[in-house]
Design a protein around this ligand. Structure first.
Ligand SMILES: Cc1ncc(COP(=O)(O)O)c(C=O)c1O
Length: 347
């Protein structure tokens, strides 16, 4: 029997607001944001715009809404967008791309989620009336499906040069951009310089209960605001939520380094368990993907068995599981989680 609450490693989205964050939410000054009158939402937007080095920003309900609004704003129906084959919006956003933007994705195989400028050059369609029009490059940093891999800034810059050559826009799914920045010591604005639109999440590693922010030029944000309203994302006294985001940015950014060292320790120990295989090269931030095919267990069986001994992980493919470290898992929980993994995989 498990004598402690489950250690929840399914995702960094499972965090609960801390007492201090709840206090900040409670105290938030609010107004009607559809009238542009919520001072806390405005403060969050200005703060994120400044952090990302963009003229303007917009608070949105989720990372999915952020990605979809950015893509919608930068494309027209019938356009083609270049992306990596494991892009979050291809797999986990309910097929919204077709519904919201009417665009066609061109998924390209990256090395651990990372595309090269040469792949972009090769994939851009020549101009002919019967081809779709290549319009946008969408990158993801860190790359979730690849295991939290950081996009090398040098490659982003090369891709940006390719985008300039072909007159393409660039979008960044930066749901976990903060993790890349803390792990690599690179300022968010450095990454964002190459992108026309950026979406960042407050409700992943930063621990806010709800919300993402998109950023770009003033014209981009004005148009995205219109689309946000059309999709029902015009929120009213949203300052209660924005206050959590501001608190998270001020207090939970630097501690992401702890999540990264917890993930590293977890991965190094896990791969000593017989049958568990981890590519340690991909463990760069807070995500650990383990291949368990050699244990003879399916991911769903392993998930069930691990839950019985107090550890929650996510099935992440035909033979893989994902564990994510976050604010609500401190370093003392990792040895306890490892005991549970050993119990399940060594029995
Ligand atoms: C890379 C990436 N982009 C976008 C999202 C979507 O965020 P949300 O769950 O807030 O819609 C996620 C969620 O896990 C993600 O990992």
């Amino acid at each position: 029997m498990v004598s402690h609450p489950a250690i929840d490693l399914r995702s960094d989205t499972v965090t609960k607001p801390t007492p201090a964050m709840r206090q900040a939410m409670y105290a938030a000054e609010v107004g009607d944001d559809v009238f542009g009158e919520d001072p806390t939402v405005n403060r969050l937007q200005e703060k994120v715009a400044a952090l990302l080095g963009k003229p303007a920003a917009l608070f949105v309900a989720s990372g999915t809404m952020g990605n979809q609004l950015c893509i919608k704003t930068l494309t027209s129906p019938g356009d083609e967008i270049l992306c990596e084959q494991g892009a979050h919006f291809l797999h986990y956003e309910g097929g919204a791309l077709g519904m919201v933007s009417g665009v066609q994705p061109r998924p390209l195989p990256g090395a651990h989620g990372i595309l090269t400028a040469e792949q972009i050059d090769d994939a851009v369609r020549p101009s002919a009336y019967y081809y779709p029009r290549t319009r946008l490059i969408a990158l993801e940093n860190t790359h979730n499906l690849a295991g939290g891999v950081i996009y090398p800034l040098a490659e982003i810059r090369r891709i940006y040069e390719a985008a300039q050559r072909h007159k393409l826009n660039m979008h960044l799914d930066g749901a976990r951009l903060w993790n890349a920045c803390i792990a690599g010591g690179i300022a968010p604005a450095e990454y964002c310089r190459c992108f026309d639109s950026v979406s960042v999440c407050l409700s992943k590693g930063l621990g806010a209960p709800v919300g993402s922010v998109i950023a770009g030029s003033a014209e981009f944000v004005a148009q995205a605001r219109r689309f946000r309203k059309m999709l029902g994302g015009g929120m009213r006294q949203a300052g209660i939520l924005a206050a959590a985001g501001i608190y998270a940015l001020d207090h939970h950014m630097q501690r992401l380094a702890e999540d990264h060292s917890n993930a590293r320790f977890l991965a190094e120990e896990l791969q000593t368990i017989r049958g568990v295989s981890i590519n340690l090269e991909t463990v760069q931030t807070n995500i650990v993907i383990m291949d368990i095919r050699q244990t003879g267990m399916t991911p769903s069986t392993a998930v069930d068995k691990l839950a019985l001994v107090g550890v929650l992980v996510a099935p992440f493919g035909k033979t893989t599981l994902r564990a994510v470290t976050h604010l609500d898992v401190d370093h003392q929980a990792i040895p306890t989680a490892l005991d549970a993994f050993r119990k399940v995989f060594s029995s």
